[in-house]
Ligand binder design. Sequence first.
Ligand code: CNA
Length: 240
Amino acid sequence: MNEKLKQVIENSRHIAFLGGAGLSTESGIPDFRSTDGIYKAQTTYGHSPEVLLSHDFFWRHTDVFYDYYRKFLLYPEAKPNKAHKALAKLEQDGKLTAVITQNIDGLHQAAGSQNVLELHGSVHRNYCTKCRKFYPMEYIQQSQGVPTCTCGGVIKPDVVLYGEGLDSNTLVSAVTHIQRADTLIVGGTSLVVYPAAGLIDYFSGRELVLINLSRTDRDSEATLCVHEKIGEALSFLLEE
Ligand code: CNA
């Protein structure tokens, strides 16, 4: 157990958590930058995930987008891991005010977290671009080719694609939680996707903790850096 991490959490009263794809690798969902996910996408489709998951690509090649999306972005069997559960427990204990996530997999909610700010949306919500009717993930999974609504409109995942803006209410709420926090824990993110990565700049509290397998450009600003699997690093919270 990392004693310093334990101490920081014990001494904190208002923790905000900012996370990314690394949170869910221990649930079997690959991230973008440390696995062969990118390689697979590039060799199969001839484009990077950033291109395949862009607004332009969605509208120009909707069928290819959905082929990639179903194979690489939907993980109906994935279950929350120790990291998701530890964060849910910290919230229940009254220490954690918000989970701010770049993930779109819904695993924080599945673990029991209540205040989850999904910066990039969720695969569990999909809407008709014509009449705005909502559809669950299962509908996308089970449909063939381009999923369409009963009204005939094309269905789009409620996921922020590259080239699209983030929901402003979610962003404002994320900034507010970070500004009010005495501790910000950042975990499982390479901190290269903006504006999410820039949210760290709003933090002016005492402890900035980075928990990431690989180094990030912001490591030097942290009061504590933990280069471990985040599920393992936080698992002590589940033993208390
Ligand atoms: P990223 O750029 O793929 O970075 C992930 C980071 O997590 C890397 O630096 C890894 O070293 C680190 N990491 C991997 N596994 C662990 C672990 N077990 N413990 C600690 N660290 C780990 O992902 P970001 O989230 O930074 O990039 C943002 C993109 C990726 C967002 O737009 C996401 O929507 C998108 N994404 C989301 C998911 C998901 O919802 N689960 C999966 C893949 C990509």
